[in-house]
Design a protein around this ligand. Structure first.
Ligand code: IMP
Length: 188
């Protein structure tokens, strides 16, 4: 299947699965990420926050978000696993690769691609709190509505979306489709 994106800089994407719909087009994503970058810059002006991206899904969001920020900041990465290739969470979170930065006394922003059951975020928030950052906030691009969920605070949120399995902009299905510049729903 081939899907054409509205912005001219993107190729015609070749997909192994049919795309049911494009939920958030690339231009809308870019616009919202720019707004989030400004919002975060205002909150942390005068400080040097550490943006922690959760691999692999959060990486596309991070690189756009950091370029939308006007203040100096640092970045680091955490890799976790809960989906193990499918479309349903396995219910357990594992840290596959830890931060390289000591976060004690730092202003940390956890940058997450999507909050589904809240399991990943609640686990990571607990793990990071123990390390005594000065502040710890969450920036999530997407949050699914109507999902039974562990309550987690989201300080900066891009979009609320329906409870469907989405791909693109870092999010994968079986490790594919992270490259798509939009958020789409596959016809699985
Ligand atoms: P949670 O722990 O259930 O909140 O899920 C969080 C993680 O699951 C996210 O960081 C994603 O990596 C993955 N995830 C949740 N929903 C989706 C989806 O619709 N598409 C792709 N990955 C998802």
């Amino acid at each position: 299947m081939q899907v054409r994106e509205s912005l001219p800089m993107y190729p015609v994407y070749e997909l192994d699965d049919p795309m049911k719909s494009i939920l958030i087009p690339a231009d809308r994503l870019q616009e919202r990420v720019r707004e989030l970058g400004q919002e975060i810059s205002e909150v942390y002006r005068g400080q040097v926050p550490l943006l922690v991206s959760i691999l692999k899904g959060g990486v596309v969001f991070l690189v756009d978000l950091m370029r939308a920020m006007s203040i100096p900041h640092h970045i680091d990465f955490l890799q976790v696993s809960s989906y193990e290739g499918g479309t349903k969470s396995t219910g357990t979170v594992r840290i596959l690769s830890d931060l390289g930065t000591n976060i004690e006394g730092r202003d940390v922003v956890l940058v997450e691609d999507i909050v589904d059951t809240g399991l990943t975020l609640s686990y990571l928030l607990k793990q990071l709190e123990i390390r005594q950052p000065r502040s710890l906030r969450v920036c999530a691009l997407l949050s699914k509505l109507d999902v039974p969920r562990i309550e987690v605070p989201i300080d900066f949120l891009g979009f609320e979306i329906p409870n469907e399995f989405v791909v693109g902009y870092g999010l994968d299905y079986d490790e594919k489709y992270r490259n798509l510049p939009y958020i789409g729903v596959l016809d699985l």
